[in-house]
Design a protein around this ligand. Structure first.
Ligand code: FES
Ligand code: FES
Length: 163
């Protein structure tokens, strides 16, 4: 495999690395950079556990070659909290028991953040749609959907969606 240089923005840092050209973004994050919040589940694009944001859009990092991130902005769960202060989504997941084993949680929160960043006032169907690629074996999904709606309401200042 070729060794190639890679520069990209990761959470609040600029990253410069030499990587094998076939390295996936998931492998780079977990195995080389030590950012293990992003989970490796199926490693074939089926479970959503590896979801990260690339230029603000949710992507399955197990299917993305790291080399494709040259010059882009990547966000993982490590970058969601603010200097140790949990993001409203993280608090809502805790308060609403939306995480049990927690394996799906990083991908769920990233997928939910992508939704709330573009639509701060989603309805239940829009939340379900946004996490439709993320599999959870534990919760039955309802606490996750409720947590995302609760976080959205908190981020809007407690206002509930009208009708
Ligand atoms: S680990 Fe990437 S979709 Fe399952
Ligand atoms: S909390 Fe266990 S897979 Fe979702």
């Amino acid at each position: 495999m070729n060794r190639i240089p890679l520069r990209f923005h990761l959470n609040d840092a600029e990253i410069g690395e030499f990587i094998d050209s076939g390295t996936t973004l998931l492998s780079l994050l977990r195995d080389k950079l030590g950012l293990t919040a992003t989970k490796s589940g199926c490693n074939q694009g089926s479970c959503g556990a590896c979801t990260v944001l690339i230029n603000g859009a949710p992507q399955l990092s197990c299917l993305v070659l790291a080399a494709r991130c040259e010059g882009k902005s990547v966000a993982t769960l490590e970058g969601v909290s603010d200097n140790g202060t949990l993001h409203p989504l993280q608090r809502a997941f805790m308060d609403g028991f939306a995480a049990q084993c927690g394996f799906c949680t990083p991908g769920m929160i990233i997928a939910a953040k992508a939704l709330l960043d573009r639509n701060p006032d989603p309805d239940r169907g829009e939340v379900i749609d946004a996490i439709s690629g993320n599999i959870c074996r534990c919760t039955g999904y309802e606490p996750i959907i409720d947590a995302i709606l609760a976080a959205a309401a908190e981020m809007r200042g407690g206002k509930r969606k009208s009708a």
